[in-house]
Design a protein around this ligand. Structure first.
Ligand SMILES: Nc1nc2c(ncn2[C@@H]2O[C@H](COP(=O)(O)OP(=O)(O)OP(=O)(O)O)[C@@H](O)[C@H]2O)c(=O)[nH]1
Ligand SMILES: [Mg+2]
Ligand SMILES: [Zn+2]
Length: 353
């Protein structure tokens, strides 16, 4: 079983490997350790002192879903030397520290935004998740769970569709199995998905349904006031019988975005299209004459709450941009390159001795 390696095959990993080293996938991250899947099974691992020394930025430490270069002594912890370049990264701003990136999952092919046919349903929240997904270069897949409890399911589905252009929306019941095949479709062999959404929407229940056994604990108590404990407490990756992979996550109470302002034109694509007809190129769609967005609001084509959601996120992302360290934002690739080069130099230097 390859744990998703198939997606990486085109990459020449040998240039990352020294004798005695191999590739592993991170399936969970704890305070100081990672759970790793290696070709011969699972093992705990830890980054080397050198990694700790060279990599200052916590966003570049191993995250669930990462592929890493490891060395396995006969006994004990595997040593993690390097994190391979990520194909995709789902991030948010660290809770309470808006200027630091927290990686929720790496190398994910599909992000499921989970909500339920109950009081959790909130289109503004779906929009926020859609920003996160588009920032990672993917369309979100919205899962409306607990369809067995739904009344007026069509209304909800249409509301969800309206706020995730380009993304799919599926009605599912993790309890009865209804609609689960649609989720399975995204998780064929080698594909990695992640379940994100509030506590209690049924992420772990859906995972158990896909696994065909109750591996993850589930709980009827919803955690919404921040006092209780989420049922799921660690982000962890599981292998499905069909060969796909799912990362189950603890419910997120709030999603502090870590994204570029420009992503909004993708998530609010209908506003972007309207904006092209505004009289002024730099129209802020507030009080300018000849504003097509305002025009669409007046004629009812564009719903007011969608417009307000857009303005709110625009303000939030503009604030983030002002606060962020610019080197941390746009040039992730360069950051990695620098680290990989310094690792390389170190190894070569050592060999010369
Ligand atoms: N009626 C109904 N209940 C469901 C369904 N899916 C999950 N539940 C119930 O919802 C509750 C919460 O489910 P969990 O799977 O623990 O939710 P979670 O999203 O993993 O929550 P956290 O781990 O706290 O983030 C449990 O009591 C489940 O039995 C469903 O499709 N229908
Ligand atoms: Mg859970
Ligand atoms: Zn305008």
């Amino acid at each position: 079983m390859n744990w998703g390696w198939v997606q990486y095959r085109k990459m020449d990993v040998n240039r990352f490997l020294s004798p005695g080293q191999s590739i592993a996938r991170v399936t969970a991250v704890f305070r100081d350790h990672c759970l790793l899947f290696l070709s011969d099974g699972e093992r705990m691992g830890q980054v080397t002192g050198r990694f700790r020394h060279l990599v200052q930025d916590s966003a570049l430490f191993p995250a669930v879903g990462d592929w890493v270069v490891v060395e396995c002594p006969d006994e004990g912890l595997a040593l993690i030397h390097e994190v391979l370049p990520r194909r995709s990264v789902l991030s948010r701003a660290q809770a309470g520290r808006a200027t630091e990136e927290q990686v929720l999952a790496a190398n994910v092919d599909v992000m499921f935004v989970m909500t339920a046919f109950d009081e959790d349903f909130n289109v503004r929240r779906i929009e926020r998740y859609a920003v996160m997904a588009r920032q990672a270069g993917m369309d979100p897949v919205v899962v409306l769970n607990k369809s067995d409890l739904a009344c007026e399911a069509d209304v909800r589905v249409n509301e969800a569709r309206a706020v995730s252009p380009g993304g799919a929306v599926h009605c599912v019941s993790a309890k009865t199995g209804e609609g689960i095949d649609a989720v399975k479709f995204y998780l064929q062999e080698g594909k990695t998905g992640v379940f994100l959404g509030s506590s209690g929407v049924g992420k772990s229940t859906l995972l158990n349904a896909l696994l065909g056994s109750d591996v993850q604990e589930t709980n009827p108590i919803r955690v919404s006031d921040g006092k209780g404990r989420h049922t799921t407490t660690t982000r962890q990756m599981f292998l499905l019988p069909e060969g796909g992979l799912v990362i189950d996550t603890p419910g997120l109470r709030e999603i502090q975005l870590w994204a570029d302002e420009t992503i909004l034109s993708e998530v609010f694509s209908e506003i972007d299209v309207l904006a092209r007809s505004c009289r002024y190129k730099d129209c802020q769609h507030k009080a300018e004459p000849g504003c097509a967005v305002k025009g669409a609001l007046d004629s009812g084509v564009l719903p007011m709450d969608r417009y307000n959601g857009y303005l709110k996120l625009q303000k939030e992302l503009a604030y983030l941009k002002r606060k962020q360290d610019p080197t941390q934002r746009s040039n992730t690739k360069r950051r990695w390159k620098k680290i990989h080069n310094s690792m390389r130099d170190y190894v070569q230097g050592k060999r010369k001795i």
